[in-house]
Design a protein around this ligand. Structure first.
Ligand SMILES: [Zn+2]
Length: 252
């Protein structure tokens, strides 16, 4: 967990967590298959199934520390994208703020910012899907859940996200700049003051399956935030593959 006032952790910690998680996933899946094969019933099977469920939930990363900056000197560039993914925007409100919402986001401008500065040049297009408000007291003031932001986010957003889109939850108050899930679903949480910074494409990158990298100028770099603007070829391929998977959810 990283707070805005502390230095960025080495991203290899996250990568190690992922490796351990994958190992357990594979082990539990193997065991589960064998338990099924041997037709073992009862308590042991239930324990394994529950363990498998717990370990196989998407890995959530909370990212970004310190000041985040808009990418310097990047001219927006628009072109016809090869792959398009829809973006849902979810404004998190409390029951008190719902009718006098303080979010003033120009959604079209936000999507243009993301496409022009970061995504179109790689043949990736984001398109606005729906936008809605979600009343959720836990998410509204995530500062009350210091230290457990990612798990709180995962729990509290599970009923409101759309698997056939990338879902961006926007909050006002949080100790961290962004949270994203890597795995089978696409949920991103960003504080509204960081929407027009490289945190937004970074978290969307996670939601589309990318991990951190040390590569200079890479959007998934956690260090040089002022100069993040690039996806490498592998990342571009990964994102496009993930977009195909997400869009195929529309057909189910
Ligand atoms: Zn990150």
């Amino acid at each position: 967990m990283t707070k805005t006032t502390k230095p960025t952790p080495d991203s290899t910690i996250f990568d190690s967590i992922l490796q351990i998680k994958n190992f357990f996933n594979n082990f539990l899946l193997w065991t589960l298959i064998n338990v099924d094969k041997n037709n073992v019933k009862g308590t042991f099977k239930i324990i394994y199934q529950q363990l498998f469920f717990v370990v196989s939930i998407p890995l959530l990363l909370s990212c970004s520390a310190g000041d985040d900056l808009d990418s310097i000197g990047i001219e927006p560039e628009f072109m016809a994208p090869e792959k398009i993914v829809k973006i849902n925007i979810i404004y998190v409100e409390s029951s008190e703020t719902l009718h006098k919402s303080s979010y003033t986001l120009n959604e079209a401008e936000f999507i243009n910012y993301l496409n022009g500065k970061y995504f179109h040049r790689f043949g990736i297009g984001l398109e606005l899907g729906e936008s809605k408000s979600l009343v959720n007291e836990e998410l509204y003031d995530l500062r009350d859940n210091e230290g457990s932001e990612p798990s709180t986010f995962l729990m509290q957003s599970r009923e409101s996200y759309d698997k056939s889109k990338v879902n961006i939850y926007i909050v006002k108050r949080c100790n961290i700049l962004g949270i994203a899930g890597i795995g089978r679903d696409q949920r991103v949480l960003i504080t509204d003051e960081n929407l027009f910074t490289s945190t937004a494409p970074h978290e969307i990158g996670h939601a589309l399956g990318l991990f951190h990298t040390h590569e200079a100028e890479n959007i998934m770099n956690t260090v040089d935030k002022g100069s993040r603007y690039n996806f490498n070829k592998d990342q571009e391929k990964k994102i496009k593959k993930r977009i195909d998977e997400i869009n195929s959810n529309n057909l189910n």
